[in-house]
Design a protein around this ligand. Structure first.
Ligand code: SF4
Length: 240
C-alpha cells in the first residue's frame, strides 16, 4: 500500500488538538472556489509515494510531541486513499497516538468505514447547508457529506465541524442558522470552527494557471465573524 502525498507538517497546531504531525494527501474531487490547496487537486501529481511504515518512520524524531498531540491526515481529500489511512492509523494506535482526519466527507465506502475504526476524531467541512449553493461552491453534491456526518454521529466519533465564511456566498444569516440547526442535530460535535475566507493562495492559482473565481471577494469583517459565532453560541454550540 503506497500513499500519494503532497506534503508534511511536523508541528501542526490548527488541525486537531495539541501538536500534530500533519500529512497532506494528494488528490481531491471537490473544486471549492476558495480552496487554498489547488496544488493537491491532481491525484497523479504526488510529491511523495510512501508506504504507511515509511510515513510512520518520519514521525520518529518528534514522537514525544505526537504522543501528547497526535496525527492528522488532511489534503486534498484524504478519503480518496482510505486503505493507506487505515494501515497508517493502525501503526499510530499501536503506539497510542491520537488520530484525526480532515475531510469534506464526500464518500462513505466500506474502505472508508474500515479506516474510521482507527480514527479518534474527524475535522469535517460542511461547506454550505443549501444543496444548490454547495454544488456551485464545491462542484460536488451536499448529501454525501451529510450521510458521512450522520455515520460519524451513529459511530460516536468526535467531530469538529468547519465552516468557511465567504462574504456573498456562505456569510448569510439564514444559511448559518440552518447550518447551526443541522450541527445541533448531530450527537458528537465538540465544536465548530469558523474559518474566515482569505486570499493567501492567490499566487498558487497564478502559478498553476487556474482562474481564481474569488479574486475580488474580500475577507469577512470582524463583525460578521462575531455574528456567525453568535449564531452557533446561541444554540449552545462551542465555537472557536
Ligand atoms: S475539499 Fe479541500 S482540498 Fe478539496 S477543493 Fe475543497 S478546500 Fe480544496
Amino acid at each position: 500500500m503506497i500513499g500519494k502525498i503532497h506534503s508534511f507538517e511536523s508541528f501542526g497546531t490548527v488541525d486537531g488538538p495539541g501538536i500534530r504531525f500533519v500529512i497532506f494527501m494528494q488528490g481531491c474531487k471537490f473544486r471549492c472556489l476558495y480552496c487554498h490547496n489547488p496544488d493537491t487537486f491532481d491525484l497523479g501529481a504526488a510529491s511523495f509515494m510512501l508506504s504507511p511504515e515509511q510515513v510512520f518512520g518520519k514521525m520518529e524524531k518528534f514522537k514525544v510531541f505526537y504522543k501528547k498531540g497526535g496525527v492528522t491526515i488532511s489534503g486534498g481529500e484524504p478519503l480518496l486513499q482510505p486503505t493507506f489511512i487505515k494501515e497508517f492509523f493502525k501503526l499510530c494506535k499501536a503506539e497510542r497516538i491520537h488520530t484525526a482526519i480532515d475531510t469534506g466527507g464526500g464518500c462513505l465506502t466500506d474502505e472508508v468505514k474500515a479506516a474510521l475504526t482507527y480514527t479518534d476524531m474527524v475535522l469535517l467541512d460542511v461547506k454550505c447547508i443549501d444543496p444548490d449553493i454547495h454544488k456551485s461552491l464545491t462542484g460536488q453534491p451536499l448529501q454525501p457529506t451529510l450521510d458521512f456526518a450522520e455515520y460519524l454521529s451513529e459511530q460516536g466519533i468526535s467531530v469538529w465541524i468547519r465552516y468557511v465564511l465567504v462574504p456573498g456566498i456562505t456569510d448569510r444569516d439564514d444559511l448559518i442558522e440552518k447550518h447551526a440547526d443541522y450541527v445541533s442535530s448531530l450527537k458528537n460535535v465538540e465544536k465548530v470552527e469558523i474559518l474566515p475566507f482569505h486570499k493567501l493562495a492567490l499566487s498558487k492559482y497564478e502559478k498553476l494557471g487556474i482562474e481564481y473565481a474569488l479574486k475580488d471577494t474580500e475577507p469577512p469583517t470582524a463583525e460578521r465573524i462575531e455574528n456567525a459565532k453568535n449564531i452557533y453560541k446561541n444554540r449552545g454550540i462551542k465555537v472557536n
